[in-house]
Design a protein around this ligand. Structure first.
Ligand code: NAD
Length: 475
């Protein structure tokens, strides 16, 4: 069985305890993971704190930091096959998707490498002739980063890249459900030449490791991605220390299709929008809101595509949908589907949990027209699409905004004015018009409402890892 280690203060070490990681495709234990508890967390935060104030990192120029990030980006790209395979092995995310995503991960590090020496202070034109006042931009401090199991290399890159560009140091907690890719990534951090303590990577459980990290008095900022429940505990833990937080949480994103849309492109985008990553995606377009005259045709085309999806081993390049990451997640998805069917949802396809060892669940479509059901309000984080139809634009907008979340949204229409109206009126951090799931390091990303606050990506993300210091000088 493979054994992984933590990376703390520039050293690889076993954790205070260990736990087994299960292969989502077979249910068999395949690797042993280190488990950090309070002592490991304390060592990691202390290491990050001394690296921030006392080590060579504190004296490094911005362009030197950028060069290290460029090196890291190259190493990620060179090691893409290993990283992709580990992510697939440990989380069940299909190899086709993990391989493609690593290229993105490298591009995020490259983007932030380029920004490291573009963080500028400013000079203030105050009305005192004998005084100069300026603002310095300094790193916010030691950052605690916490990520969920899906896309860990990507979700950590959007935090690590800007934080290091800004000069912060960090402790990253990989999810207990599939930490292998991030523990391996730590080797690349070391090889890139970051001084010891600048980046510390460990894993452990939320209630112990996560709580110790978010309560730690030397943590200045917490960058959290996960669900709203854990987020509430993170915010409560941060209160003691008054650390700032940025929260990237779940979603129940509307995917709105008008009768005038290019239906072929809308069907394809909807299939990828909900079934990619086996639905374990915060931006999953999980609520189809479709104009009534085209509902039957659209659903028939969706059903045919959903039933043609190749389900299989995540390590097989031909597989299109793999297992869910954990047995717990498979049971959660099935429970919600059965509750929705009991509440009157009509199963268009799927909805039957397969017998057998892996955590598989078939692509599922629930017609929820005319009912109120959990499937319209709760995040499945699985391959389940809920469908509602509308007659007027106002009704489509009302249904789209009928959620406590507000992460992403998609609108398919040929009517340009309507597309603009929706981009203003939808309450979500991202609006995709006639496309879905487009991302770029340059474009900020984040949510409204229960989907969290703070933005990742873009230049503003770097500034969020800095704070200003006002300096006054009598001349
Ligand atoms: P989760 O909230 O249960 O866990 C996420 C992380 O938080 C894990 O590392 C976990 O160990 C940690 N954690 C749990 N309790 C904690 C505590 N008390 N203190 C500190 N850390 C704690 O989420 P999950 O079930 O692993 O992931 C799925 C969720 O993540 C979904 O809601 C999904 O939408 C969301 N997500 C959001 C984004 C985004 O960018 N907005 C991206 C991916 C996933």
């Amino acid at each position: 069985m493979r054994r992984f280690q933590h990376y703390i203060a520039g050293q690889f070490a076993d954790g205070e305890a260990r736990f087994e990681s299960l292969d989502p495709a077979t249910g068999a234990a395949w690797a042993e993971m280190p488990e950090a508890r309070e002592a490991d967390v304390n060592s990691a935060v202390e290491a990050a704190h001394s690296a921030l104030y006392d080590g060579p990192w504190a004296r490094m120029t911005a362009s030197e930091r950028g060069r290290l990030l460029y090196r890291l980006a190259d190493l990620v790209a060179e090691n893409a096959p290993v990283l992709a395979e580990l992510e697939t092995r440990d989380t069940g995310k299909i190899i086709r998707e993990t391989s493609a995503q690593i290229a993105y991960v490298a591009s995020y590090y490259r983007y932030y490498a380029g920004l490291a020496d573009k963080i500028e202070g400013s000079f203030l034109p105050i009305d005192k002739p004998d005084m100069d006042v300026w603002l310095r931009r300094e790193p916010v401090g030691v950052v605690a980063m916490i990520v969920p199991w899906n896309s860990q290399l990507f979700l950590s890159a959007v935090k690590i890249g800007p934080a290091l560009a800004a000069g912060c140091t960090l402790v990253l907690k990989a999810s207990e459900d599939g930490p292998a890719p991030l523990l391996e990534f730590a080797r690349l951090v070391k090889e890139a030449g970051f001084p010891e303590g600048v980046v510390n990577i460990l894993t452990g459980f939320g209630a112990s490791c996560g709580a110790a990290l978010t309560r730690h008095p030397k943590v200045a900022h917490i960058a959290f991605t996960g669900g709203p429940e854990a987020a509430r505990r993170v915010v409560a833990n941060s209160a003691d220390n008054l650390a700032s937080t940025s929260l990237e949480l779940g979603g129940k994103s509307p995917f709105i299709v008008f009768a005038d849309a290019d239906l072929t492109s809308a069907v394809n985008a909807q299939v990828a929008g909900i079934f990619a990553a086996t639905g374990q995606s915060c931006v999953a377009g999980s609520r189809l809101i479709i104009e009534r005259p085209v509902k039957d045709e659209f659903l028939a085309r969706l059903k045919a595509k959903a039933e043609a999806i190749r389900i299989g081993s995540p390590l097989d390049m031909a597989t299109e949908v793999g297992p869910l990451a954990t047995r717990r997640q498979q049971e959660h998805v099935d429970r919600l589907v059965q509750a929705s069917v009991s509440a009157g949802a009509r199963l268009v396809t799927g909805g039957v949990k397969p017998e057998g060892p892996g955590n598989y669940y078939p692509p599922t479509i629930l017609d929820c027209d005319g009912i109120s059901s959990l499937s319209l309000t709760e995040e499945f984080f699985g391959p389940v699409l809920s469908v509602q139809s509308f007659e007027t634009e106002a009704e489509a907008l009302r249904l789209a905004n009928d959620t406590r979340y507000g992460l992403a949204s998609g609108v398919f229409t040929q009517n340009l004015a309507r597309a603009h109206r929706f981009s203003r009126q939808i309450r979500a951090g991202v609006v995709w018009l006639n496309t879905y799931r487009a991302v770029s390091p340059i474009a900020p990303f984040g949510g409204y409402g229960l989907s969290g606050h703070g933005r990742e990506g873009g230049l503003s993300a770097v500034l969020d890892y800095t704070r200003t210091k006002t300096v006054w000088l009598t001349t």
